[in-house]
Design a binder for this molecule. Structure first.
Ligand code: F6P
Length: 338
């Protein structure tokens, strides 16, 4: 049925690692489509599901009450087949077969790379919604799920800090983040960590880890927290080296997938709902291959190709101020004064 908009049937999928807020984005998109009278189908298991034709009808009733639920009701996957020419061709054929002329894809960089290839192959308009706990998508200051994941990690590290303080131990905590240190930086600052190890900063282990723990001990501390981004170093290796070098009782914890679960916090619910709505409005207007983004307090969008070519800078200012505050580096403040 013709709707009078640029699209008549929109497919929604979630792809890559799940993140808290994916369900809210799905709901925002579905309800907007219903209001516009555009047909809506859910594609399960990401691009793998599009290749298999694994679709379900979506309407207001199906998405009722999911805003506060973690995970994704559409399931998610990382599809190797979709990276092949044959996989893309089958996905494009399925869009044609099912009359899908618009897609909302919710995920990270890998999801957007897939979206661009599909757009080029099939001509189906596609809008990306940035959703990953890593906050590593260059075109946007914020990715849905980041705040919730940081808070989950902070709660866990606060608990670890209680027991480390009681036993006067060192806690090495490995957090997710893929190849980026955004999550580690925020968690480390929020928990008063002794050291934060991120892939964007190189380390001399003796000088930057061992000597710093020693200096903190001399200054009166008896328990220590080291936050290690998974992309920087293996947390277990860091823990073993500290124990060996200092004879300090050290315990290692990998927070792992705990960080991906849980009910999304308000920022993620609101951002996701708005982006779900906006993505559909862009499709209705006839926009092609775009990705939604946050810029300060505004929502904007970029061409996917342009977005994928951008580089996300690491927040060195915040990182340097963390170090200065942790180690009372008065020279840092002298430099700033000049
Ligand atoms: O991209 C999200 C993320 O959780 C990364 O932080 C992590 O490196 C990766 O996914 C883990 O992937 P998987 O769920 O496949 O183990």
């Amino acid at each position: 049925m013709e709707t009078g908009y640029a699209v008549n049937r929109v497919g929604i999928l979630t792809s890559g690692g799940d993140a808290p807020g994916m369900n809210a984005a799905i709901r925002g998109a579905v309800r907007t489509l219903q209001c516009l009278g555009i047909d809506c189908v859910g594609i399960r298991h990401g691009y793998a599901g599009l290749i298999r034709g694994d679709v379900i009808p979506l309407d207001e009733r199906v998405v009722r009450g999911i805003t506060g639920r973690g995970g994704t009701m559409l399931y998610t996957a990382r599809s190797d087949e979709f990276r092949t020419e044959q996989g893309i061709a089958r996905a494009a054929d399925n869009c044609k077969y099912m009359g899908i002329d618009g897609l909302v894809v919710i995920g990270g960089d890998g999801t957007f790379q897939g979206a661009l290839r599909l757009f080029k192959k099939s001509g189906v308009n596609v809008i990306g919604i940035p959703c990953t706990i890593d906050n590593d998508i260059a075109c946007t200051a914020y990715t849905i799920g980041f705040d919730t994941a940081c808070n989950t990690a902070v709660e866990a590290v606060d608990r670890l800090n209680d027991t480390m303080q009681s036993h006067e131990r060192c806690s090495v905590v490995e957090v997710m983040g893929h190849k980026a240190g955004h999550l580690a930086l925020n968690v480390g600052i929020a928990t008063g960590a002794t050291i934060i190890m991120v892939p964007e900063v190189s380390y001399d282990f003796d000088k930057d880890v061992i000597e710093r723990i020693r200096a903190a001990r001399i200054a009166g501390r008896t328990n220590f927290t080291i936050i290690v981004a998974e992309g920087a170093e293996k947390g277990q290796v860091v823990a073993d080296k500290i124990q060996k070098s200092l004879g300090l009782e050290t315990r290692f914890t990998a927070l792992g997938h705990v960080q991906r679960g849980g009910s999304p916090l308000i920022r993620d619910r609101v951002t996701a709902t708005y982006m779900g709505y906006s993505a559909v409005m862009l499709l209705a207007e006839g926009c092609g291959a775009k990705v939604m983004a946050v810029d300060g307090d505004k929502y904007i969008h970029y061409d996917i190709e342009e977005a994928l070519n951008m580089k996300k800078p690491f927040d060195y200012d915040t990182y340097n101020s963390f170090s200065a505050l942790t180690f009372l580096d008065r020279n840092f403040f002298k430099c700033i004064a000049k």
